[in-house]
Design a protein around this ligand. Structure first.
Ligand code: ATP
Ligand code: MG
Length: 334
C-alpha cells in the first residue's frame, strides 16, 4: 500500500528558525518521513508579505533549507523544495482567492494580529490573501496530513473548506486534508511577551530563541525571560504564562513531564530553573547550528538538491492544476 502523504511549509522570513518552529512543526516533519510520503517546502513567496530585503531573502532561503536538513529532513526521503520554483502555487492560488469570501478572509486571526501590529497603511494585500495561497500550497499535493503548529489551525480549516467548496461546485479533485497538530507543546510563546506566540516576524528578537543564535545569546534571553512576581515553578498559563512557557520548552526538549519538573524545581526559585532551561536549550541547539553552518559552506550542493526537489514537486502540482483548470472550464493551450 502506498504511504499517506504529508506536506508542510515554513517561511524564510528571517535568517534563523526559532524554537516554536522546531517544536511546533519541524520536529513532527522529521518523524513523519519514514511513515509518510513527505513534501516540505520553504515558502519564500509568503515572506514577500513582510517586505524583505532581497539580499537577506536569498540568504535566509538557503539558510532555511540548510536548517531543515540539519534538523533531520532528509532530501532522499522527503521532497524538499522552494515554493517559488513551482509555478503551480501561484496558478492555484488565484483560483483559491476566487473561491474565498471577503468576509471569510477578514476573519483570519493571524491577518488581524499582524495587520494590527503594522497598521493598515503598511499592511499589504498579500498578507490578506496569504491563507488562500497557503490553501493552494497544500491542496496542490493532495496530502492527507498537514503537520503545523497550533497558530495555523484556522488556515488549515480554510484550506479544508476551500477543497470541499471546489469539489462540490466543480468536480471532486481535491483531497480534504487534516491538520496534524500536537496536543502539548504545539505553541511556544515569546519570552518577553509570553501571551503572544514566538514569531519570526516579531518586532524584536529579544523574546525569540533562534536556532542559529549563539549559546551565550540564547542563555541571556532565557535568563531575562519575563516571569511573574511569585517564586513557584508551577504550570499555570493564565497566571504564570512566562514560567509555563519555560516549562513547556524544557519538557519538550528534555522529554521529562511537566509534573516531574515542578517537583524537581519545588522551592528552588526562578533563577535556578531558568539556568536549567538554558542548559537544555543550548545543548540541543549547538549541534544543529554547527551542522547548518557546515551545509551552508556548499551552496552548490544545496542548489542541486533543490532542483531535484522542485522537479518532483512540480510533477505532482502541475497535474493538480491541469485537473482544476479543466474542471473550471479553462481551455488548455493545446
Ligand atoms: P512569521 O512570523 O513570518 O509568520 P512564524 O514564526 O509564524 O513566522 P512560519 O514560517 O509562519 O513561522 O511557520 C512555520 C511553522 O512553524 C508553522 O507550522 C507554524 O505553525 C509553526 N510555528 C510558528 N510559530 C510557532 C510557535 N510560536 N509555536 C509553535 N509552532 C509555531
Ligand atoms: Mg507564521
Amino acid at each position: 500500500m502506498s504511504k499517506a502523504r504529508a506536506l508542510s511549509g515554513i517561511q524564510p522570513t528571517s535568517g534563523s528558525f526559532h524554537l516554536g518552529n522546531y517544536l511546533g512543526a519541524v520536529r513532527q516533519w522529521v518523524e513523519l518521513q519514514d511513515s509518510h510520503d513527505t513534501y516540505y517546502c520553504v515558502v519564500d513567496l509568503h515572506s514577500l508579505t513582510s517586505g524583505v530585503d532581497p539580499v537577506k531573502l536569498r540568504e535566509s532561503t538557503l539558510a532555511s533549507v540548510a536548517q531543515l536538513i540539519a534538523l533531520g529532513i532528509d532530501p532522499e526521503k522527503s521532497t524538499l523544495f522552494i515554493q517559488s520554483h513551482v509555478h503551480a502555487h501561484n496558478q492555484l492560488g488565484w483560483v483559491m482567492e476566487c473561491l474565498t469570501g471577503f468576509g471569510e478572509a477578514s476573519r483570519m486571526t493571524q491577518f488581524k494580529d499582524k495587520s494590527a501590529k503594522s497598521g493598515s497603511d503598511r499592511t499589504v494585500v498579500g498578507l490578506f490573501t496569504y491563507p488562500m495561497l497557503m490553501a493552494a500550497d497544500i491542496l496542490l499535493y493532495q496530502p492527507q496530513y498537514v503537520p503545523v503548529g497550533e497558530d495555523q489551525r484556522q488556515h488549515i480549516e480554510l484550506a479544508r473548506d476551500l477543497a470541499i467548496r471546489f469539489n462540490s461546485s466543480y468536480k471532486d479533485i481535491f483531497k480534504v486534508p487534516e491538520g496534524y497538530i500536537l496536543k502539548a507543546g504545539a505553541k511556544i510563546y515569546d519570552l518577553q511577551d509570553p501571551t503572544s506566540k514566538m514569531s519570526k516576524s516579531a518586532e524584536s528578537a529579544s523574546g525569540l530563541i533562534e536556532l542559529l543564535d549563539s549559546s551565550t545569546a540564547n542563555t541571556k534571553k532565557i535568563k531575562s525571560a519575563t516571569t511573574d512576581a511569585g517564586r513557584e515553578v508551577k504550570f499555570d498559563s493564565a497566571n504564570k504564562p512566562g514560567i509555563s512557557n519555560l516549562l513547556t520548552i524544557h519538557s519538550a526538549l528534555s522529554g521529562r513531564s511537566i509534573a516531574e519538573l515542578e517537583v524537581e524545581f519545588d522551592g528552588k526559585g526562578y533563577g535556578d530553573f531558568k539556568g536549567a532551561v538554558a542548559e537544555v536549550v543550548t545543548s540541543h541547539l549547538d549541534p544543529i547550528r554547527e551542522r547548518t553552518n557546515e551545509l551552508l559552506q556548499d551552496k552548490g550542493e544545496l542548489t542541486r538538491l533543490l532542483k531535484i526537489g522542485a522537479e518532483k514537486a512540480a510533477a505532482v502540482a502541475d497535474e493538480t492544476v491541469r485537473l482544476a483548470y479543466d474542471a473550471l472550464g479553462l481551455i488548455p493551450r493545446g
